[in-house]
Ligand binder design. Structure first.
Ligand SMILES: *Cc1c(COP(=O)(O)O)cnc(C)c1O
Length: 386
């Protein structure tokens, strides 16, 4: 494994100068196939679903960042998740236990697509309660997001890995929110890490992509085979943009966090804000575990406005710099209302039961100047009163 530090790995990991010209940046190998010298005598590159040098550089780079042996890239985060589940196609009556406020699209994929294929899914709050009850004997796969979305709850990766392994289950951690800059699940016992690289890894809101990193023999064999056999691969341009985007991950994450801290400070003092979710706050229920397993938190903040759905909607529509949009993790600040947007596919009773109030607002704090972001929020507070 590389001894380089993270800031160096994001720039050099998995990459070497292109041998023919010395090009410093990995080129975009925009080709679908490769010439063979003689039937079945080739360079190792036959067809681009199977091998592409631009994609391979990205895979090796992210694998280095997560401290894993193999990176496997996909056309989206959900394509990565789909392929991971296909790895269990040979397991009869697959039992999956998943976090209860998991990304809405993951929930939809599990419930609306895979549930009908002999797989069963149950949901648990991994940040609280009895892990033995949440992960019973007979579980094959544990699907964990920490921090969760949008409540930013923190679950103890080491404890969950220990319980999963005790019952013979594999642990997958969706590390999209924290990124390997702040959290490295493989080092804490996870068997596989997945990413929506659409978010912080690429960081510029211009690519949809997914990534898996693993050192586990079952996953290395199966997911790598299925990347080609199922075929949900990213194109070379998207791989290249992501490779370019990830180079600034360390500096971006620092700035996202510095800005988020200022906004959190303002929110916690605001009389019209009922609750702020940010696990670096000492009063946050996730604080102690976050201190143990994360080296920072980054730019995701959620808070509950003391308001009904209508005013919350008005607030979200009144910001100028915070763009009203789904997604997160880009250089520009975004705002969204989970009850009406990202989590609209979760039934309302279930949504409220797990704490997604109508007034819950999620911010993806960008890297603009903090003072401009603060005045934007203050202004929206005034405008939404009218
Ligand atoms: C966006 C997201 C996904 C899905 O990824 P896509 O790239 O949109 O397919 C999965 N998990 C989390 C936490 C996400 O934020």
């Amino acid at each position: 494994m590389s001894t380089d530090r993270f800031e160096t790995q994001v720039i050099h990991g998995g990459q070497s100068h292109e041998p023919r010209t010395g090009a410093v940046m990995t080129p975009v190998f925009q080709t679908s196939t490769y010439a063979q010298e003689y039937p079945a005598k080739h360079t190792g590159y036959e067809y681009a679903r199977t091998h592409n040098p631009t994609r391979e550089a990205l895979e090796a780079c992210i694998a280095t960042l997560e401290g894993g042996e193999m990176g496997i890239a996909f056309g989206s985060g959900l394509a990565a998740t789909t392929t991971i589940l296909h790895a269990f196609a040979g397991t009869p009556n697959l039992k999956v236990v998943c976090g209860d406020d998991v990304y809405g699209g993951t929930y939809r994929l599990f419930e609306k697509v895979f549930r009908g294929h002999g797989m069963s899914f149950s949901y648990a709050d991994f940040s609280a309660g009895d892990l033995a009850a949440a992960i019973p004997e007979g579980t094959h796969l544990v699907w964990l997001e920490t921090p969760t979305n949008p409540l930013l709850k923190i679950a103890d990766i080491r404890q969950i890995a220990a319980r999963a392994h005790q019952v013979g289950a594999k642990l997958v951690v969706d590390n999209t929110f924290a990124t390997p800059y702040f959290q490295k699940p493989l080092s804490m016992g996870a068997d596989l890490v997945m990413h929506s690289t659409t978010k912080y890894i690429n960081g510029h809101s211009d690519v949809v992509g997914g990534m898996v990193v693993t050192s586990d023999t079952f996953f290395k064999t199966q997911v790598k085979f299925l990347q080609n056999a199922v075929g949900a691969v990213p194109g070379p341009w998207d791989s290249w943009l992501t490779l370019r985007g990830v180079k600034t991950l360390a500096v971006r994450m620092e700035r996202h966090q510095a800005n988020a801290k200022q906004i959190v400070n303002w929110l916690t003092k605001h009389p019209e804000v009922k609750r702020v979710h940010y696990p670096l706050l000492e009063t946050d229920p996730g604080y102690a575990v976050a201190q143990k397993q994360m080296s920072g938190f980054g730019g995701m903040v959620s808070f509950v406005l003391d308001a009904d759905l209508t005013r919350a909607e008005k607030f979200c529509a009144s910001t100028r710099l915070f763009t009203l949009a789904e997604s997160l993790g880009g250089v520009e600040s975004l705002i969204e209302l989970p009850a009406a947007m990202t989590h609209a596919s979760v039934p309302p009773e279930k949504r409220r039961a797990i704490g997604i109030d109508d007034g819950l607002i999620r911010l993806s704090v960008g890297i603009e100047h903090a003072d401009d972001l603060l005045s934007d929020l203050e202004n929206a507070m005034q405008l939404s009163k009218r």
